[in-house]
Design a protein around this ligand. Structure first.
Ligand SMILES: [Fe+2]
Length: 203
């Protein structure tokens, strides 16, 4: 009887020790190696326009749109996967706790688009705020990729008038017109800040 009880205890402790590491492993899924990437998390079906922040997200509504061109800067680039993410109105990459992939780094204010035959992309969201403790301007991170193009990070979209934008950036972007990474926002009749940023794919 004693041997039988010892055997039961052994089996019980073995099964416990097998379960514990599995639970731990499930909690600690490794983050993707690429800190800034997001294409790998993209849904299969994508439109050329999307919404990043949910409608009830606090903040000023924005609508950013533009056209992506091939490196000849004339031909619209169709089928480009655009990934965009940004901070909330407190400057934080806010998370709900159920994020997967790089959503665990970038938070829930992120989304994807695929440029249409006219090269168009567009997103609605709220205007992000600068980081609380770093002198960097408010920005929207953007990556581009396609079947042929490995995902790469383009200069963040900034907002004209932000006092944290450096003189160097202003000078570099000054003559780019609608291709400038520093977007001019104008409030439309619905109270939404609209801005345009066209993009040329790298060679
Ligand atoms: Fe950032």
């Amino acid at each position: 009887m004693k041997d039988f009880l010892i055997a039961i205890l052994l089996v019980a402790s073995l099964s416990l020790s097998c379960q514990t590491p599995q639970k731990t492993a499930a909690k600690r899924q490794p983050l993707p190696d690429c800190e800034w990437c997001g294409a790998m998390d993209a849904p299969q079906e994508l439109d050329w326009q999307t919404r990043i922040a949910p409608e009830d997200e606090p903040g000023e509504p924005i609508y950013i749109s533009g056209v992506i061109y091939l490196s000849d800067s004339v031909t619209p680039a169709e089928g480009i996967l655009v990934y965009a993410y940004h901070t909330n109105q407190k400057g934080i990459y806010d998370k709900k706790g159920d994020e997967s992939g790089n959503g665990r780094r970038h938070g829930y204010l992120r989304s994807w688009m695929r440029s249409d035959a006219r090269g168009r992309y567009a997103f609605r969201s709220i205007k992000p705020a600068p980081y609380p403790n770093r002198p960097e301007p408010a920005h929207v991170h953007i990556t581009l990729s396609s079947d042929e193009i490995e995902e790469y990070w383009i200069e963040s979209t900034l907002f004209e008038g932000d006092p944290l934008i450096s003189e160097t950036s202003i000078a570099e972007e000054a003559d780019k017109g609608l291709f400038s990474a520093i977007v001019r926002l104008e409030k439309n009749e619905e109270g939404v800040w609209e801005g345009r940023r066209n993009i040329i794919l790298k060679k």
